[in-house]
Ligand binder design. Sequence first.
Ligand code: NAG
Ligand code: NAG
Ligand code: NAG
Ligand code: NAG
Ligand code: NAG
Ligand code: NAG
Length: 488
Amino acid sequence: MIQNLKGAVPRRFYSVIWFVGLVVVAFFFLSGKDHDWSSISSTESWNVPFMADDGLLGSVMGYFGEHPDEGEPTRIAVVNSIGVHDEVLAALVHAFGGHPNAKMNVYLHSQRYKMNDIISNFTLAANTTMKNIKAFRPAMFRNPHPHVVVSTTCEFDLGITKGALQNLLDNGNTHLFCVVHHADQWASGKHVDFARQWVNKGKLDFVGLSQHTADFLMNTTVPKWGTKQNITARVFPPVFPVERPEVDTDGDISLAMQGDYSSSRRDYKHIFTELAGVVDKVKNTPGPQENETVALHVIGHGKTPEVPDITKDHVIFDKSLSYPDFYAVLSRAFAVIPGFASDEYLDRKASSTVPAALIAGAPLLASEEILKAYSYLPREAAWVSIPGEEDMDAIKRVISNRDEYLKKRELTRLAADNIMEQNRLNVQGWIREVRQKMDAERAARQQKKIEEGKTNEESAPEETIPEQSVPEESIPEQSAAEENVSKA
Ligand SMILES: *[C@@H]1O[C@H](CO)[C@@H](O)[C@H](O)[C@H]1NC(C)=O
Ligand SMILES: *[C@@H]1O[C@H](CO)[C@@H](O)[C@H](O)[C@H]1NC(C)=O
Ligand SMILES: *[C@@H]1O[C@H](CO)[C@@H](O)[C@H](O)[C@H]1NC(C)=O
Ligand SMILES: *[C@@H]1O[C@H](CO)[C@@H](O)[C@H](O)[C@H]1NC(C)=O
Ligand SMILES: *[C@@H]1O[C@H](CO)[C@@H](O)[C@H](O)[C@H]1NC(C)=O
Ligand SMILES: *[C@@H]1O[C@H](CO)[C@@H](O)[C@H](O)[C@H]1NC(C)=O
């Protein structure tokens, strides 16, 4: 790559390029899981590691160019219009709020299950204010507009905040990061029509919560739009920090799974029966754990399934936990069992269990399929099942290995820390790209004006609709269907 560039750049840049090359190589080795973090574009070889739209060199040069904590602070608005996906909101607040030179407003419908206790403990470099979602619309009709709007659930937010977003789109001073939860639901519909208006102006980046959902969106859904598109999709594993208890070496052995108790997909009876084998294995393996008991924590909601007598004392239903309690239960788990309610979590949807295990710092029991889809989860940090092996058989195989558990638990926490740090760096990179693009557009507009013989004003005045003329926009109450957004 460096060879190819030789003809294109003046001689004095060789040393800079070699230096950048070395940094890139170092970066590759240090980051390990390179391609998970690349931004992807449908018009280019977007699955190549680190090939963003402006290329490897461009983004690295940019990194050494304008520093993100210089210049006009970036105005960020994070929107969560219906009060679901609290975990994704928390992760976005943590990552975007890590920007060293930004002012961030977070517009919320509500925060459920004490997520606010977790968010208010974040250390954020950006000046951050939490506001009610009702304040979003008037704010978007005021100057100055945010440079960046982050939609937590783009499928819903586009509809509910459309009037305000339309104003931003018309003014052209704002870039939208659109977090996609159902990568298969972006082929058509009102939200897609509106998103495409943003895409056509080059003002929208999709954000997938795992590489596999970003892939599905770009490979399977967007091609249904019919025309060739120049789209950027980013990857953002939704991980954020919580209080995690210290390693507890002589506690009982805890397993955890989360999900809807009434799920027809899950054969709870079978899982609970097979748990007996795990209990026996622990009892019959000499060693420090021989007198410990096994507890399977089933975290969920709804009517609890029946437990057979043989494991009655080993199944605990944790109902309606707050988020802090939820992560506390998970954090003590020897293994978090994913039990996906559908195979869609391996291609078009991103499970919340995988990030939850990382957030809590407990190793996930992962199949090869899960490791492939959730490529941000390092293999060493997970209990990997053998192809064809049932969950409880895999647990039985590994349960006596406490040293391995402590190692994996440590690696899980390390992986989570790395993801959080990388998320913040990535977000700063995305913002830098967006702002450079906006600056270039503004300069081009100004140049055009000068050529047309108009006055060379400092910058184009932004159109604003006076605040009092803002039409009312009702925020619908959260519907029952949305409240029951299933966890998987
Ligand atoms: C954040 O707030 C502090 C105190 O109000 C202020 O000094 C600082 O300039 C602000 N920073 C940004 C980036 O707005
Ligand atoms: C927030 O931080 C305080 C001080 O470290 C801690 O005591 C508290 O448990 C934390 N709350 C949550 C929900 O993590
Ligand atoms: C998506 O398309 C790219 C490029 O065509 C390919 O390399 C990748 O394997 C595809 N991913 C999936 C999940 O189909
Ligand atoms: C795609 O968009 C990027 C950034 O928005 C731009 O730099 C690039 O030239 C575009 N590519 C095509 C083929 O339009
Ligand atoms: C387990 O319990 C038995 C009987 O009380 C005792 O003899 C044994 O030392 C215990 N093992 C451990 C590792 O504590
Ligand atoms: C949501 O769950 C509640 C109880 O958990 C139930 O009564 C209600 O019917 C569910 N709504 C939908 C739309 O599934």
